[in-house]
Design a protein around this ligand. Structure first.
Ligand code: AMP
Ligand code: MG
Length: 413
């Protein structure tokens, strides 16, 4: 009975959307930490940030010029003083007088407009306006950018230059964010060699751990990369156990398909609640996912990705990137997508979502997609040339020239 059910699980294709939902629902954001502003760039804020004061905090001049009262600004106006940016104004503007102000200076009491210096006739200690200003002219009002009590950043927003600047403008020197996840990447396989050493018969250089480590870093993770050039069960287990305490998420590659030496799925299942599944996607059908206790009381998500380089890459984009972004507390979980017209037909299989490496170009104001060549799951070269992954939905075994397709962008185009 158990044997039968197990077999059934192994052969049934899990829809991609279902597997992705399982991953996204299961992975929780890391515990927030307080970071100094500059260290927080690239992280998502963990709380809604509410302004505690107005920005700007006081009415100030938008120009170098003169503060006046619009009700009495005709004729020659005596200049009764000056306010520089950063100064506490010691003078006020009586009707029929003016005060010289610099950009950013506090608007002196009594004034309701600023006249730019270019529009003023100056004569020793008095000025005459070329024309009467509107009330409020060239005055930057307190709170015109942000009002005290406004929510300026919603939890989950990734901090960039502008939002870090906004926090600084509000006077905050620290911000509560989700930390950078630590991602451990482990490549496995008897045939693997480190780049840089002499090639031996039957061996290939380990490309996947480089691919996955770069992807993880570009997703905002701190990474550890390790190659286990062996399909030895005990060595795999020892290596993974050694690395677990240093990981918030673990990704392995290789050893999850149906071969005699595909022991990674066995080892992952021994170490925690990690299940092997066939997911309805191509490339990337064999997938292991689950949780392992990394330290007492701390479980982390673990992915066992297939060994073919393109399968590993696509699996990262489809499942691992969203999982890392969940750890990061981000709301946007995937790369941007666009809609494109097809310049060449695409092949697929009906029971799987097919990801086709494509180049993109603009034609008549619209995006056009074209496959990059051989779509074998080992052909890393066609990924090097690709701008994106076109998604042929489940239920379709081909798509024709001129049809519209969703393309996941892999680089900015
Ligand atoms: P596996 O999933 O271990 O059966 O591997 C599938 C295919 O991917 C085999 O041809 C492996 O040689 C290849 N492969 C596995 N790991 C890597 C890697 N780290 N770099 C490049 N190719 C790999
Ligand atoms: Mg292998």
């Amino acid at each position: 009975m158990v044997t039968h059910e197990h077999r059934h699980d192994d052969t049934q294709l899990v829809p991609l959307s279902e597997h992705l939902q399982t991953v996204v629902d299961a992975v929780r954001p890391l515990s927030p930490i307080d970071l100094a502003l500059l260290d927080a760039a690239g992280c998502a804020v963990a709380v809604d940030v509410v302004a505690h004061e107005d920005v700007p905090p006081f009415d100030n001049s938008a120009m170098d010029g003169y503060a006046v009262t619009t009700e009495q600004a005709d004729g020659w106006l005596p200049v009764r003083g000056e306010v520089a940016a950063g100064a506490d104004p010691m003078v006020s503007v009586e009707p029929g007088t003016a005060v010289r102000v610099m950009t950013g200076a506090v608007v002196p009491a009594g004034a309701n407009a600023i006249v730019p210096v270019e529009l003023v006739e100056e004569d020793s200690d008095q000025i005459r306006l070329q024309q009467l200003p509107q009330p409020g002219a060239h005055v930057r009002r307190a709170g015109e950018s942000v009002r005290a009590g406004d929510t300026v950043l919603v939890a989950g927003t990734v901090l960039d230059a502008a939002s870090i600047g906004m926090l600084a403008a509000l006077g905050y020197s620290y911000v509560t964010v989700y930390p950078q996840p630590r991602v451990v990447v482990v490549s496995t396989g008897d045939e693997l060699l480190e780049p840089g050493v002499q090639r031996m018969p039957g061996a290939i250089y380990d490309a996947n751990s480089y691919v996955l480590t770069v992807l993880a870093r570009q997703t905002g993770a701190v990474t550890v990369r390790r190659m286990v050039a062996s399909d030895d069960r005990q060595l795999l287990r020892d290596t993974i156990e050694e690395l677990l305490p240093h990981a918030d998420l673990m990704v392995t590659t290789g050893g999850v398909s149906a071969g005699r030496y595909d022991l990674v799925k066995v080892v992952l299942a021994e170490l925690g609640d990690v299940r092997f599944q066939k997911v309805g996607m191509r490339p990337g059908m064999p997938q292991a996912f689950g949780f392992i206790e990394a330290d007492p009381g701390r479980v982390i998500p673990c992915f066992g990705l297939p060994g073919n380089p393109v399968s590993a890459y696509v699996s990262f984009e489809v499942f691992v990137r969203p999982a890392i972004r969940r750890l990061q507390g981000r709301r946007d979980l995937s790369r941007p997508r666009i809609s494109a017209g097809l310049e060449a037909p695409l092949q697929s299989v009906a029971d799987k979502v097919e990801f086709v490496r494509v180049t993109l170009r603009r034609r008549d104001g619209d995006w056009q997609a074209r496959p990059t060549g051989d779509q074998g799951s080992g052909i890393l070269r066609s990924l090097v040339e690709a701008d994106g992954l076109a998604e042929v939905p489940i239920g379709r075994d081909s798509m024709d020239i001129g049809e519209r397709v969703v393309v996941h962008l892999l680089r900015s185009v």
